[in-house]
Unconditional design. Structure first.
Length: 316
């Protein structure tokens, strides 16, 4: 859980709190959030409202978690949870929820690398690629879709009958890029060569270096194939990409050799699979997308929702 506070007059957020909490059920999570709001008001004064960044399918009106696969555990159900209404009822504060990558996108568009760009796609590879999210802005508007589910980029099937994805399908882009599939490619034949991206990167200069290089580049091609689909459908001016440094680099133009191999594969597949000049017309920018950015973006979206009167302003 990460807590940020943002003033109307200040584009940059103030980070108040970051902690790991084990609350897999919605009720427990809301209790923890409520306690954090009390502490925030003690430190910074009266709050105008609360924006929630949650990984998963959030309803178009920002009121419900339709389903959050990353939060599903045996015995706990994060399906059809009216999270914003429950939080407002408990705290008295206006509340809105949004998908975490949509929140990152809001930050990037207001104060980040995509400021002033009206057609942009933001793609976030979570640690070990245990999640792969996407946000879409077309002609200056965040695209949520009919029910809030737009941007499930990680669940584009790129290899039918491929590895099982946590969504239940096979061959989803998320499953193809996940560290478990990466290790499977590295360790086939019963030989234990690596466990994770960093281990594989360390092998590049050894006897298994050729294999490691092929696997990093092949993984990049999987992502590039998915990005080419986004290019052909949306024709964005910019793609903002963030994730593990071993895959996409450090976000400042630098990165280990393995990230150069991965990004070479990305660009190869984008060029090969995109139509016309779509790839040439789109800038691919690597940035340090992370959960603090998502928390800051949630505050931005809350402010927008109040301004557009989609949620009520806090009464005096």
């Amino acid at each position: 859980m990460i807590v940020t506070v943002r003033e109307d007059s200040d584009p940059e957020p103030v980070f108040l709190q970051e902690q790991v909490v084990t609350v897999p059920d919605p009720e427990g999570a809301l209790d923890v959030i409520g306690q954090a709001l009390v502490e925030a008001e003690k430190r910074v004064g009266r709050l105008a409202g609360v924006g929630l960044s949650i990984g998963g399918h959030i309803s178009d009106d920002g009121r419900r978690v339709v389903v959050a696969p990353g939060l599903l555990q045996p015995g706990y159900d994060w399906t059809d949870v009216p999270v914003a209404d429950l939080l407002t009822e408990a705290s008295g504060l206006p509340a809105v929820a949004e998908n975490d990558v949509n929140c990152m996108c809001a930050y990037e568009q207001q104060v980040g690398v995509a400021a002033g760009v009206d057609d942009v796609v933001v793609v976030y590879l979570a640690p070990d690629v245990q999640g792969l999210g996407c946000a879409i802005v077309a002609q200056g508007q965040l695209v949520r879709g009919a029910t809030g589910g737009a941007g499930e980029f990680g669940h584009i099937v790129v290899q039918p009958e491929g590895p099982l994805c946590r969504c239940g399908n096979r061959g989803c882009l998320e499953a193809m890029l996940a560290v478990t599939n990466f290790d499977r490619d590295m360790n086939w034949g019963g030989v234990s060569r690596s466990r994770g991206f960093a281990d594989a990167a360390a092998l590049l200069d050894g006897p298994h270096g050729d294999r490691a290089a092929r696997v990093f580049r092949r993984s990049g091609r999987y992502l590039g194939q998915g990005l080419a689909t986004a290019l052909n459908l949306l024709n964005p001016k910019m793609i903002v990409l963030g994730g593990p440094a071993e895959l996409v680099g450090n976000g400042d133009g630098s990165g280990p050799r393995c990230s150069e191999l991965f990004m070479t594969g990305v660009r190869e597949a984008m060029q090969t699979n995109s139509f016309s000049s779509m790839a040439r017309d789109c800038a691919v920018v690597v940035d340090r997308l992370d959960l603090p950015m998502a928390a800051a973006g949630a505050a931005i979206l809350l402010q927008r929702a109040v301004h557009e009167e989609r949620v009520p302003a806090r009464s005096a």
